[in-house]
Design a protein around this ligand. Structure first.
Ligand code: F6R
Length: 248
């Protein structure tokens, strides 16, 4: 695993954006795997700047998002569809028809999972997958205990995940209890994976990911099975994880 340590979240976001822009300039019709949540917000801001000031062209890019809450309509302001539009897609020249996110309101969710996995095969796998990490080590919404062989599936969100994500909702009760997520096997199909982790609350997940043998209780540890992973981590997360000069 290649590790890039940055002084702060801003530098982390710039680095992640740089890798995405390099990918898109090398292959203009790249497939980008994208994530939601707090971690990629800065990366998306930088990508928007890159589009408007550096002329980065997303016209031929296709995107595949990792996950979506079950029960939320695409237009719901808490859905990941809405998140992607309002934080990235509306501000770059990606073609909306080329952006894919699981449908959390599909009438038959098992079929939705099968179709999404087929889509990953058909248009993907991503040339570059951007990943955040949950405090409990989840990647996508693959909670601890998820099989490393999993493909796109329905997941029951852990209470700790719902609590962590409650900051985006009016109240904890509003946070959905389930999601459709790419599985761990689906994620590992990506050609390159860029993991971003910022702040002390991610330190324990990063420590386990780097130090422990791959095991299904720590989903992010599955990344050790992948040949081309870059971890971009800020000093706060990295030092507290037991690396660098000081640990607490
Ligand atoms: C989001 C996703 C999740 C988040 C993780 C970290 O699409 O799949 O794995 O990356 O929950 O969330 P933040 O970045 O909000 O700390």
């Amino acid at each position: 695993m290649n590790i890039i340590i940055t002084k702060d979240y801003q530098e982390l976001s710039e680095k992640a954006c740089e890798l995405i822009e390099q990918q898109v300039s090398k292959k203009p019709d790249s497939v980008l795997g994208l994530a939601t949540g707090g971690s990629p917000l800065g990366t998306y801001q930088e990508m928007i700047k890159g589009f408007s000031s550096r002329g980065v062209n997303y016209e031929k890019v296709r995107t595949l998002n990792l996950d979506e809450y079950i029960g939320l309509d695409k237009n719901d302001s808490q859905s990941y569809h809405f998140f992607m539009k309002s934080h990235l897609f509306d501000y770059i020249n990606v073609n909306a028809d080329n952006t894919y996110i699981p449908n959390g309101k599909a009438p038959d969710l098992d079929t939705e999972c099968e179709l999404y996995e087929k889509l990953i095969e058909d248009i993907g796998p991503p040339d570059l997958q951007l990943l955040g990490v949950g405090q409990n080590g989840h990647i996508g919404f693959n909670e601890p205990g998820t099989s490393f062989e999993s493909e796109t599936h329905i997941i029951d969100l852990e209470e700790s995940t719902r609590q962590a994500n409650a900051r985006f909702f009016d109240s904890l009760e509003d946070v959905p209890k389930q999601a459709v997520t790419m599985g761990i096997r689906s994620i590992l199909k990506s050609k390159r994976i860029v993991v971003i982790a910022s702040g002390e609350r991610k330190a324990e997940a990063i420590r386990q990911m780097l130090k422990e043998e791959p095991n299904e209780n720590m989903p992010a540890s599955a990344l050790k099975h992948h040949k081309h992973v870059t971890l971009i981590v800020d000093e706060k997360a990295y030092k507290k994880a037991g690396h660098g000069e000081e640990t607490q």
